[in-house]
Design a protein around this ligand. Sequence first.
Ligand SMILES: CC(C)(COP(=O)(O)OP(=O)(O)OC[C@H]1O[C@@H](n2cnc3c(N)ncnc32)[C@H](O)[C@@H]1OP(=O)(O)O)[C@@H](O)C(=O)NCCC(=O)NCCS
Length: 190
Amino acid sequence: MTDQPPAPDSDIPDGIARDLPGKPTSASRTTLSHIMTANETNLLGTVHGGVIMKLVDDAAGAVAGRHSGGPAVTASMDEMAFLSPVRVGDLVHVHAQCNWTGRTSMEIGVRVMAERWNESTPAQQVGSAYLVFAAVDADGKPRAVPQVIPETERDKRRYQEAQIRRTHRLARRRAIMELREQSTAEGLGD
Ligand SMILES: CC(C)(COP(=O)(O)OP(=O)(O)OC[C@H]1O[C@@H](n2cnc3c(N)ncnc32)[C@H](O)[C@@H]1OP(=O)(O)O)[C@@H](O)C(=O)NCCC(=O)NCCS
């Protein structure tokens, strides 16, 4: 069972900042656009995946900073999918929004679209990713973030899907930690 997205006037669950007003998804939604050049290719002549990942991290970081109202760092990036190659001369649009918030972390969902820079054909989706950002204070310590308030039906679905990913991330991390502790207790090295 996943949490329902918070309504603006809902009770705030334990562990969530109570003194910060919630922020709607649209307040921090961001698009970053970039024309791909020959400097950004891999040995096959298409755009290097790392170039796209940098744009994804940049767009998600802008959303995390806007939503949290200050500095935020990338804690993890998962489910980065490359659906089609990006070519020199493609105008790439990286759309990012805050899907979910915890106490100090935010899941940012990113969709990457590409269209020819000089043609009026519709943009195609070429990638997607989910990133977790942690808001940090001046000492780099996690700080509380406002709850995100999903507005549309799509925002609400994304909130619920992000909650499932969060549950799986925590379970996976716990399982790995337990296995490592067990290996250490049994005197087994790395
Ligand atoms: C991310 C970071 C701030 C977490 O600090 P921490 O002392 O482990 O703090 P916590 O365990 O309280 O984690 C803070 C939040 O981040 C989440 N988080 C931490 N590590 C995570 C991971 N690997 N994946 C997903 N979420 C993560 C926690 O669940 C928590 O969320 P919540 O408060 O909403 O429940 C810290 O590990 C860090 O500074 N990492 C380096 C970040 C960085 O420099 N990124 C750029 C790469 S060059």
